[in-house]
Write a protein that binds this ligand. Structure first.
Ligand SMILES: NC(=O)C1=CN([C@@H]2O[C@H](COP(=O)(O)OP(=O)(O)OC[C@H]3O[C@@H](n4cnc5c(N)ncnc54)[C@H](OP(=O)(O)O)[C@@H]3O)[C@@H](O)[C@H]2O)C=CC1
Ligand SMILES: O=C(CO)COP(=O)(O)O
Length: 332
């Protein structure tokens, strides 16, 4: 049993808090909203972000106080919307215990810097790589919250750190594999959201399985090429964090990114789709960062570039799909 703190009681933070509690740990949730903290402590629920769970485990409690949240933590999990992670973590820099391991569950790239979450977390908290891990995989929060069997991969440059996190968080229904490919796991989780936007858009526009499979497969090729150029291992993209998460996210209306894309495909504007989105759709701010990373590494990103035109210029699904391939015959 370990003392684990989760920073951010969103849908995924709360569902993962329950995984940790079910694995036998004492779990402290930190949230910025008093009503969420109160609801977790008094009703054992998070009705704002995860209403599907009617009673969270008794070993989960919440606090608004940053110092109290992390003072005894052996492992600190970060599940804050990626664009706000830096700002939120700055407040924790001097509070994190010297030996604590910090684990990012976030799937996004910081728009202003084009940095992955491993880079943002380590530089903001002044954390050595040996005390950082990221966890990613096909983990739609509602299904995990209902304790349906699922798996993820945890990566750290220090194999012992990855194994420690996996050991602490493995429960009866949640299996965790280990890896040392931090860049690969980070790139998989962030980039698949852009693919899910495009697949959702094609579904919303009324297209079927062939179109979805085409976008997913070409999307996987694009994110693998970009990931490898950034220093990732190609095999990671064939694993749970890569193809696994791509299949789950691109195939489910439970995904906020898929749903956001689907609403665009049905004719909503970006503003309208943002207004009806229930939680953060990380692919939206991440798309521009993917295009920028492609330029930086000299890797073509036709899918992300087409989605950027959707988001910035409002092109429709037909134009987005045309943009995806251009006129040249290209080797697969
Ligand atoms: N949901 C899922 O199925 C999965 C999500 N993820 C990833 O986990 C991350 C979080 O997702 P999820 O929990 O679902 O998203 P939600 O939209 O449900 O929650 C976002 C969280 O970020 C917090 N937050 C936003 N801005 C700030 C800020 N300025 N300071 C502090 N906290 C802030 C929110 O707090 P508040 O509620 O107070 O606004 C909330 O706790 C994302 O990167 C997502 O891609 C990964 C796997 C699965
Ligand atoms: O990452 C996820 C599933 O693994 C969740 O996807 P969304 O953020 O699109 O809801």
């Amino acid at each position: 049993m370990a003392a684990v703190t989760v920073l951010g009681a969103g849908a995924w933070g709360t569902a993962f808090g329950q995984v940790l509690a079910d694995a036998g740990n004492q779990v402290t949730m930190w949230a910025i909203e008093p009503e969420i903290v109160d609801a977790i402590n008094t009703l054992h629920q998070n009705p704002v972000r995860l209403p599907v769970v009617k009673r969270l485990p008794d070993s989960m409690h919440a606090t608004l106080d940053r110092g109290e949240a992390v003072k005894n933590a052996e492992i600190i999990i970060v599940t804050i919307a990626a664009q706000f992670a830096r700002q939120a973590l700055e407040e924790f820099r001097d509070l994190i215990p010297d030996q604590a391991i910090v684990v990012s569950l976030m799937k996004g790239i910081e728009r202003s810097t084009d940095k992955r979450m491993d880079q943002v977390v380590m530089e903001t908290l002044h954390l050595p790589a040996s005390r950082f891990a990221c966890l990613s995989g096909p983990n739609l929060s509602k299904e995990v919250a209902l304790r349906q069997p699922a798996a993820a991969v945890v990566a750290s440059q220090d194999h012992d750190t990855a194994v420690k996190v996996a050991t602490v968080a493995t429960s009866k229904y949640f299996k965790i594999f280990s890896s040392t490919d931090v860049i690969g796991v980070e790139m998989c989780g962030s980039l698949k959201n852009v693919v899910a936007l495009a697949v959702g858009m094609s579904r919303g526009a009324g297209f079927g399985e062939n179109t979805a499979a085409m976008i997913e497969t070409r999307g996987l090729a694009e994110l693998t090429q970009l990931g490898v150029a950034a220093g990732a291992q190609a095999q990671t993209f064939a694993g749970l964090a890569g193809v696994g998460d791509l299949v789950a996210t691109c195939g489910s209306p439970l995904s906020r990114n898929y749903t956001f894309g689907s609403n665009l495909g049905k004719g909503m504007s970006v503003d309208q789709a943002t207004k009806v989105s229930n939680g953060v759709a990380e692919g939206v701010p991440t798309t521009a960062a993917v295009v920028a990373l492609g330029e930086k590494y000299g890797v073509p990103t036709p899918l992300a570039s087409a989605m950027l035109r959707v988001l910035n210029e409002g092109i429709d699904c037909g134009e987005m799909l045309e943009d995806l391939f251009g006129d040249d015959i290209i080797d697969e």
